[in-house]
Design a protein. Structure first.
Length: 580
């Protein structure tokens, strides 16, 4: 939104649609930790007319403060909402009716639970609901019977005990639901009953039912997805594109590593309902009358397999070079540490103490040459923790922290903003030597944040972030693609997709560094597997011809220092020429 304000189109009206979690300013709702509770508490306050922020939306939408703001970002709406005491969440939905451009997360369009298609389909069900949320004894008894029958149907599924997974075609979900008494004739009624029960539970502040209902909410979500259409064609596509996976819950361990007493009892079961065709969601989107779709990203290549999977007809295809010159980017593969130990973060080697020590010393040496902020991305959180523990034990961690303050990406999203603000503040501090932000590929930092200029002068990638190869979802995705490839060679094979998933995550992560035409930065790939022809061919087009293998560690450090010296002089000269 800020970039749009800087363009020639700044006179257009634009708004952005976000979640309650991002935009709600009601103090009672903001205290809730779980998003489901926030949603239902919000609905309760609306139905009882007790949210004074929502009550002021209608009056404030035509006020000068709103009318004068053409392009409204989430932060802008929250500030205006706090000042004028209206709800930013619902104000955004009012503003969209008069907007030339509406921005929203892609899942709002593609997720069947989020899309406007569902909102329109089910809004009739909310019209006749009473504010008191009275639930009859019969409704409760019927719902209890459905849940017990569903549990029984799942328990009766034979779980395969060997290496083979217990999976079924997507249509099997209707067989399970049918045994529980849920079908296309009564699913809307059941969804409404669940909605009333969860709303009631969300209002309970004390007692055994306090803030319960998350499990019922999951059932409601499942029904909304499974019954989004009841046509024969839809059922056939579900059979082809979805899989039902049934597994036992993992045994819970105590803090000392032993299995808990509860683990010896019969464990519960997990039913997963997974779609493996992105074209499934795109087709649902196209049914809403979309006339034109533009897909743009730095990680779409190779284009043809993507187009095939999305089941789109792409009349125009374009793959651009980067806007920066070759002197603004330095890309190095470091295959060995300063002690000549191979850097290879495979599953077997990542526990090797020699490798971990050499990796730590490699980072410590290179970071001396890097000004400002340094981003380090690991393939997973366990690998990050393992490296942290090892480096702390041998003293490497304290040496790193003495050079640049270390920040670690939190898994708790509530503390995420605080950590990011501390990182940026450390970079801005003139007395600081910079900071390190350690995160994971596919994490929030690696895919969605901007580290322009001194906030990110270099990014280091530890290993290749392959998906966990024993994960049932990964195995089933590969099998699905192999079947598609056998019918249409434009589809990727399963093993090619597996490799591409790793490099796409890397391409996302390295894109954090170069954010505008005058920016510059280094990309350091700390794994000798990056030198493989296949991996290099899957890197973003603007990187491929710039990748260099460091054959001598000392020479690699000198090259990096020389790069930063020259890049700083070049960019300073360009800016000076521009403003002189």
């Amino acid at each position: 939104m800020q970039e749009l304000k800087r363009t020639a189109y700044s006179d257009m009206r634009a708004t952005i649609i976000g979640s309650r979690e991002q935009m709600c300013i009601h103090p009672d709702i903001m205290k809730e930790q779980h998003s489901v509770a926030k949603i239902h508490m919000c609905k309760l306050k609306l139905l009882s007319h007790s949210c004074h922020f929502y009550n002021r939306v209608e009056r404030q939408k035509d006020s000068p403060a709103i009318k004068s703001a053409n392009i409204v970002d989430i932060e802008d709406l929250i500030t205006l909402g706090m000042t004028h005491k209206f709800c930013p969440y619902f104000m955004a939905r009012e503003l969209k009716h008069e907007s030339d451009i509406i921005f929203m997360p892609y899942n709002y369009l593609l997720d069947l639970k989020q899309s406007e298609l569902l909102v329109f389909k089910f809004k009739i069900c909310f019209i006749h609901r009473t504010i008191s949320f009275d639930i009859s004894e019969k409704e409760l008894c019927d719902m209890k019977e459905i849940v017990l029958n569903l549990e029984k149907a799942v328990d009766e599924i034979e779980i395969k005990k060997n290496l083979e997974m217990t999976t079924f075609d997507g249509s099997y979900i209707f067989e399970i639901l049918g045994k529980a008494g849920i079908n296309e004739a009564n699913y809307v009624l059941i969804i409404n009953t669940i909605e009333k029960i969860v709303q009631f539970l969300s209002a309970v502040k004390e007692g055994p039912f306090q803030r319960r209902g998350n499990g019922l909410q999951l059932l409601q979500d499942l029904l909304q997805v499974a019954f989004v259409s009841v046509s024969t064609d839809f059922r056939e596509k579900i059979k082809r594109c979805y899989k039902v996976h049934v597994s036992e819950e993992e045994a819970k361990k105590t803090t000392d590593g032993w299995l808990s007493k509860a683990a010896s009892k019969k464990r519960g079961r997990v039913v997963s309902y997974w779609c493996f065709s992105p074209g499934f969601g795109m087709n649902m989107l196209l049914r809403q009358g979309i006339k034109c779709i533009i897909l743009t990203s730095g990680t779409l290549a190779p284009l043809q397999p993507l187009i095939s999977e999305l089941e789109l007809k792409a009349d125009v295809q374009l793959e651009n070079p980067h806007i920066v010159t070759k002197n603004q980017v330095c890309v190095k593969i470091v295959g060995k540490g300063p002690d000549n130990e191979p850097l290879n973060c495979t599953y077997r080697n990542r526990h090797n103490p020699k490798y971990l020590s050499s990796l730590g010393r490699t980072i410590l040496n290179f970071m001396r040459m890097i000004p400002g902020g340094l981003l380090i991305f690991f393939p997973s959180y366990p690998t990050l923790r393992q490296c942290q523990d090892h480096w702390q034990q041998e003293g490497t961690w304290s040496s790193m922290n003495a050079l640049k303050t270390i920040f670690i990406e939190p898994r708790d999203k509530n503390s995420f903003n605080n950590v990011m603000n501390e990182y940026y503040a450390t970079i801005d501090n003139p007395n600081s030597k910079g900071a390190i932000f350690m995160g994971v590929c596919r994490g929030k930092v690696s895919e969605g944040l901007d580290f322009a200029d001194m906030n990110g002068r270099a990014v280091m990638i530890i290993g290749l972030p392959y998906p966990p190869f024993k994960d049932p979802k990964v195995i089933l995705k590969q099998r699905y693609l192999d079947i598609c490839h056998a019918k249409d060679k434009q589809f990727l094979r399963g093993e090619d997709w597996y490799s591409l998933e790793a490099t796409r995550a890397v391409n996302q992560a390295v894109g954090r560094v170069i954010r505008h035409k005058d920016d510059y930065g280094a990309i350091i790939l700390l794994d000798n597997r990056f030198n493989a022809t296949l991996i290099k061919s899957q890197m973003s087009k603007w990187l491929r011809n710039r990748i260099e293998l460091v054959s001598n560690f000392g020479a690699g450090m000198r090259d990096l220092k020389l790069f930063f010296n020259n890049a700083e002089k070049m960019v300073s000269k360009r800016i000076l020429t521009l403003y002189s």
